[in-house]
Design a protein around this ligand. Structure first.
Ligand code: PMP
Length: 404
């Protein structure tokens, strides 16, 4: 009986073209972006990973994880409150607080959980709070806000006039929180953080900034866009992940000591779950520490991103212009997007997952390309040649040569 119900809804997904097929990848130590793709039964180059800087294979990270595994063992052994707070968790929180210039930081099991638990708790516990949420905020923020049952106002993506219109309509003394991201993951555009802080100050609102796609990548120490723009002190809560540029897993917020204590004390998504394994915390700390000091990975990534963009311009394959490391190549048709992805994989050994509705709006289906410092010039050459051939085969529009 229940199986039929499950199947009906799965069929609906399949019929709408929204069913997700996972690529089974066998990663090999030190070989990223190369991996073995089990479905295609071949070696592939991964072009769609969020291990943006290849830190998931960095020797300093692996060594720290091996070391902590050997000294601490596998698991944390409990929730943070009941025996699960190890020395490694405390050190990592201190490292993250320092990264963002905040008094404190708080670790969660993922970036998703950190958004869900923090926004959920702030929304539920600050009497009368209104949360003003950017229209393109990540699902983890949306779910956290919904769960909190606080009043929510969705403002037009990155639109300061719309945000101000909503703020101005609220009583000045009513508690408010503006929740937004720095780098948006699917379009790669960046929020006007300084102007949002100006509005927050004018209208007496707190600010909550998701820097998941920016930490490790931007700013002189990898503190994100807010660090790069000298704005960290104007943001009340900076949220990040340890699973993307830092190459491991886990999430966090960095904020005042009182705010972190508040979330630590009331957020069920923090309290009632086993702490991250100490080896994970040790690996993440090594990645954060390394990227605080080294500019090499960030510089090499920027060069790789520029090379891919230039090569795409040369062959006229359009990509969304944005000031970040994310290159969205919009195909604009779910079938063609899937077809190009399949052919890249089967014939060229290039793995780029198609991004279709509902992750992006219909008609903007895309290949989201994320060049890293470990993609070689030869990897880039092969990617561009393959895309050029498939673009022609699918008769997709090229950017006019005059516009290049
Ligand atoms: N925020 C944003 C903007 C994200 O894109 C993601 C994950 N894709 C998350 C939060 C969740 O982070 P994590 O993967 O560490 O759970």
């Amino acid at each position: 009986m229940y199986d039929a119900l499950f199947r009906a809804q799965l069929d609906e997904l399949k019929n709408g073209g929204n069913y997700r097929h996972f690529a089974e990848l066998e990663r090999h130590r030190g070989q990223f972006p190369a991996a073995t793709h089990h479905g295609a039964q071949r070696e592939v180059t991964i072009w769609c990973s969020n291990d943006y800087l290849g830190m998931g294979q960095h020797p300093a990270v692996l060594q720290a994880m091996h070391g902590a595994l050997d000294t601490c063992g596998a698991g944390a052994g409990g929730t943070r409150n009941i025996s699960g707070t190890t020395h490694e968790h405390v050190l990592l929180e201190a490292e993250l607080a320092d990264l963002h210039g905040k008094q404190a930081a708080l670790l969660f099991t993922s970036g998703y959980v950190s958004n869900w638990a923090s926004l959920g708790t702030l929304g539920a516990r600050i009497p009368g709070l209104v949360i003003l949420s950017d229209a393109l905020n990540h699902a983890s923020m949306i779910e956290g806000i919904r769960h909190s049952k606080a009043e929510r106002i969705v403002w037009t993506h990155n639109d300061l006039a719309d945000l101000e219109r909503h703020l101005a309509a609220l009583p000045l003394d009513r508690p408010k929180l503006i929740a937004f991201e720095s780098v948006y993951s699917m379009d790669g555009d960046i929020a006007p953080i300084a102007e949002i802080c100006d509005l927050a100050e004018r209208y007496n609102a707190m600010t909550y900034l998701d820097e998941v796609h920016a930490v490790g990548l931007y700013g002189p120490r990898g503190g994100g866009i807010a660090e790069r723009e000298g704005l960290m002190h104007r943001i009340d809560v900076i949220q990040g992940t340890l699973g993307k540029a830092y190459g491991v897993t886990g999430g966090y917020i960095a904020a005042s000591a009182t705010l972190c204590d508040f979330i630590r004390s009331f957020a069920s998504g923090f309290i009632f779950t086993t702490a991250l394994p100490p080896a994970v915390a040790a690996g993440a700390r090594a990645a954060v520490a390394h990227l605080k000091g080294s500019q090499l990975e960030r510089a090499a990534q920027r060069r790789a991103v520029a090379s891919v963009r230039e090569a795409l311009d040369r062959i006229g394959v359009p990509h969304l212009p944005n000031p970040s490391h994310i290159i969205p190549v919009v195909v604009g048709c779910p079938q063609k997007c899937r077809y190009i992805s399949d052919r890249l994989l089967a014939e060229h050994g290039i793995y780029i997952q198609p991004i279709n509705h509902p992750t992006v709006p219909r008609g903007t289906e895309r290949l989201r390309i994320t060049p890293s410092p470990v993609h070689s010039a030869e990897d880039i050459r092969r990617l561009v040649l393959a895309l050029e051939a498939l673009w022609a085969e699918c008769q997709l529009a090229r950017r006019p040569l005059a516009a290049q």
